[in-house]
Design a protein around this ligand. Sequence first.
Ligand SMILES: [Zn+2]
Length: 138
Amino acid sequence: MVTSAQALKKYGDPTLERNMVVWDVPGHLEMGAIPKKLYCNRDLIGPLSAAFNNLLARGKASELKTWDGCFNIRKKRGLTSMSLHSWGIAIDVNAAWNGLNMTPTLSPEFVKCFTDAGFDWGGTWTRKDGMHFQLKSI
Ligand SMILES: [Zn+2]
């Protein structure tokens, strides 16, 4: 799993926003809750495109109810280390139904659309974070 120390080493001080780009999401990937433009790390674009493609190809796009953010410089909730959101390599979805330490409601098929595309899912962590997906490697 990618640590904040690895992200810091690769991308530097998150406040400098190096590697951050505005991704104009291709029209064929646009669906209800997905933003048309997304401010994210350039390294997120490939895996996230693949995940969105998986959602469409596997009929899981309608399960994406809310887009709850990507880039956000902050510490992990309740902890001292920086969240990978600080470097734009993590996303949150369906937050209202997948809160921290709650039993996630995302279907295994939905989750697999992301894990097959190169993401780790927070829903399997000891400290469950079911809304959260982050790059498996950087
Ligand atoms: Zn998150």
